[in-house]
Each structure stands twice: as structure tokens, then as C-alpha cells.
Design a protein around this ligand. Sequence first.
Ligand code: F6P
Length: 563
Amino acid sequence: MRRPGRRAPPGGRRRTRMGDDAARAWAAVEALGARPESRAIRPLFAADPGRFARFAHRAGDLLVDLSKTSVSDAALAALLDLARACGVEARRDAMARGEPINATERRAVLHIALRAPRSAGFRAGEEDASAAVHDTLDLMRAFTEAVHAGEIRGATGERFTDVLNIGIGGSDLGPAMAARALWREGVSPLRAHYLANVDAHAWEALRPRLDPARTLVLVASKTFTTQETMLNARLVRAWLAAALGEERVRLHLAAMSTNLEATGAFGIAPARVFGFRDWVGGRFSLWSAIGLSLALALGWEAFARLLAGARAMDEHFLSAPLERNVPVLMALVEAWHVNALGYGARAVLPYDERLARLPAHLQQLEMESLGKRVTLAGTPVARATGPVVFGEPGTNAQHSFMQLVHQGTTPVPVDFILVARPDHPHAESHRALLANGLAQAEALLRGRSAEEARAEMAAAGLPEAEIARLLPHRVFPGDRPSTTILLPRLAPETLGQLVALYEHKVFVLGALWGVNAFDQWGVELGKQLAGPIGEELEGGVREGAHDGSTAGLLEAIRREQGL
Ligand code: F6P
């Protein structure tokens, strides 16, 4: 079993008192993790019939069951000490005060202001952030209602029936995920489509389904410089111009961005630009103007309910004591898995097809935030940070990667997301879905011993030699951790609560690990290299500019293309 990497703290630097407390708290957590019984879960249930009641917590409408993990009472106490020693509450409060906690970009982090009432009074420096948020929400609402009422129409006078959101990363994943989760027949006169990949096969697949005369195009980009988005925006703009005439294209365009100069240069009228501020990180921007496609496709009321759901989770996070604060507890469980037990990955399995894009959204939210190797102070981190996050909807996942989760060599903690009541009339299907989700979690916990596997095969009449041959393959180790999140129903407010829960979990982990969860310098280098490589694909490979592999591949592609 891989042990978590532990490096000595950077030498020579005088530690702060908080640093000393944190180091001691980490040492206590890691010492508990090193005990022989630290991975066992079944004995915790055997010893405590009340474990579920004590480890399953309510936050808003969600029930979050942390009992199927090896966090014992002693481990929980040590983890809560860790949260205190790392100053989680003080950092949370600094975020809420609008302090520039995104230190490398000198920015505040105020996505919580996006879903708070105007009266909440959030401030970012001199600015009344709450007022700015609500001024934009008012514009978004007026625009949405005018489109729905047919007061804003396309160039030919037809009503809009489709909205195409062009954006990538945070300007795509959150809205695309929520639109898929919440869209129902008849909720609005518009269908939403999402174009992210610079691979024009994506656009070619979408194009035949759209009528330019009835399509409203939203260019979603915080920076309005992202290569993929700008290339796709130009393709789609050309398609509109070819069908409607260059001078009428603007009637089909709107933008969501912080870069008003660039939106103007692209030909988008200022009245059609919905702004937000640099204190909204891309992966936290679903609640900002970036969510406009949701308002258009789901209706304003649904968008407002989504924000209200997130707000309810914010209130819980901002006020609940650490020991009942569910995002904090989820983060502590993750720290236990990653740092005390050395589990370097986590799977997310929503047992609801409508949440199929939730794993993709969480991959960006968690890995772009927590995939960091230096602390806020710029020194190497002392222990492992963000785990690999991946997932697929259940039950499909059971027929792909769950084999490894049950019997592979390294445990992979799982988040099971269950929805108690469906929005379809097929009770038997929903029972099967829920039963499978619960069974997976139970199987991971319970495992199957050699005696059980032997008895099962004997009962099936297998000969002794065959039983002996198959036995090792049919044993499940058990004691594999999972968290189950139960939603009463999938609705705008419960989805808002769920996504905000994960956002705050990320915040807490950033505080525990001492990293900046709000920058993403790691995506820059590849972007920079792509420019010159693109030129070489067209004009020829520069001598000595690349490693042998990249140069060889460039040549091979050019040969295939007959260049
Ligand atoms: O992938 C890097 C990134 O900067 C993400 O953080 C962001 O969500 C995405 O690109 C899109 O950026 P923008 O909204 O500026 O186009």
C-alpha cells in the first residue's frame, strides 16, 4: 500500500505558531493513519450501533452519510483539531470579508456573493459586490424574459428556439452540467446547446440541429481570449453571417465576460454583454452571468432557485460549527483518505442520468483548485494534495471501472449521489437504480470473505478443485470507503446545494493543505506552447525547437497531411 509522501518542512524558516499547531495536528492525524486498524470500517459499525446517526449529517435538504469511512471518533477529533489549527474558520471569514485570499492573482474570492441577496453587502475592496451582482442579475432577468416573451427576436423576426453557449472549462462545464440536470420538456421555449472543444467535429455535429434564424449565440469567456472559445465563436459567427448577413449577426449575439473591451471588438453591443468581476473564478462562475444559458433554457425562476439552493449551503458553511459543518467534515474525510491513508483518487458516481456531467464539473472544480505542489508561501507542500477525481453515472460505472474499486490494489473512496424520488413514473426502474447504488456502497464496506465465497460456490454445486481454483478471485477485501449524499429530489435548489457543498469542501481542503485553491497556473504552459506548434504544423518544424518525440510527431502529422 502506498504511503503518503511526507517531506520535511522547509528548513531554516521560522515557523509561525499557527504553523506549529498545524504541523502537530497533521502529525496526530498521520499517526492515527499509520495504526494497523486505521483502514478498518466494519469494526466501527460493530462497536457502535449509533454510527450512522452520528456520522450522517443534514445540510439543507441533503443527507450526507460519512459513516462508511474508517474515520473513528479519535480520528474525527484529530481532524477537527487539524481544521482549527489550520485556521479554517478564520480563512472562511476572510473570504467572506472579500480579502484578496487568491494571493497569486491578488483577487478576492466571492462566488458566495453571486447567490446572496443584495442586502448581504459583500464587498470586494472599495466595490459593493452585492450591488454589482444584483445589477447584472436584473439585466439577465430582463433579457431572459424579453427573449421568452418574443420581444427580443432574431434577424428574420422569428422567435429564438435555441441558445448556443460557446465557452470552455468553467464557462461551459457548470452550465452544461446544470442544463442537463434540470431541463424538462416545456420549462422554457429554448433548448440549450454547449460548444466547448476546439475540435470542429463538435461544431459540425451541432450545426445541422440549429437554424441560424432561430439561434441565440452566447459567447461565454471570463477573459475573452481563450483560444478554443474565440475560434469557435468565429466559426459560429461566420455561419450566422452567411445565413443572415453580416450586419444582422449582432442580433443573434450576446456575451458573458469580464473583458468588455474584447467583447466590443468582437462586435457585441454593450447592452448584450453581461459582466462579472475578477473575484469570480471560472470554475465557480456558474452562478454569475456565465449561467445565462441556464436562465434562458430553464426559465428565470429555476435559475433563481438554483442560486437560492447554493445560498442555503453558503449559510450552513458560514455558520455551522466545525463538528456539524458538512463541507468541513467532507474535506476532513478527504484529508484522512489522501494524507493519513494514502488514497490518491476519488470516484464520483451520481445515480441519476441527469447528473451525467457532474463528474466532469467536479473534475475541474477540484483538480484545477487543488492540483497544487507549492503552498501559498511558495514553498513545496509537505504532503499530498488534491486526489485524482473521476466518475460516471451509476449504474453504468458498475460495468466499467468499479471492478478496480472493489478488488484493485489501492482503495478508491467513492461519492455515491442518490436521488430519493425520480421525475418519471417508472417505479421499478428507480428502485433498481437506488438498490444498485446502495448495494455498491454496501459491497465495498462488507466485502466477501473466503468462507462466504466458498459457501456460495459449494451451494452452486461446484467441485472442490474448482472452488479452490476460483476462491482467490472471488474474495472481496471490504473495508473500502464511500460517502453517500442523498437528495430528496433533483431540483434547482437541491442541485444548487450539492454544487455549493463541493465548492466549500474545496475551500476547506485548500486551507488544510495551505495552497491557493483559486489560481490555475498549471494550465498556462501548454497554452503557450500550442501557439508556436500550431504555426509549425502549418509552416514546418523548427530545427532544435522541441524534444525528439514532439519533433518526430510533428513530422509524422505533416507527412500524413501530405505537407
Ligand atoms: O483551463 C483554464 C481556464 O482558465 C479555466 O480556469 C477557465 O474556466 C477556462 O480556462 C475558460 O476561461 P475563460 O472563461 O476565460 O474563457
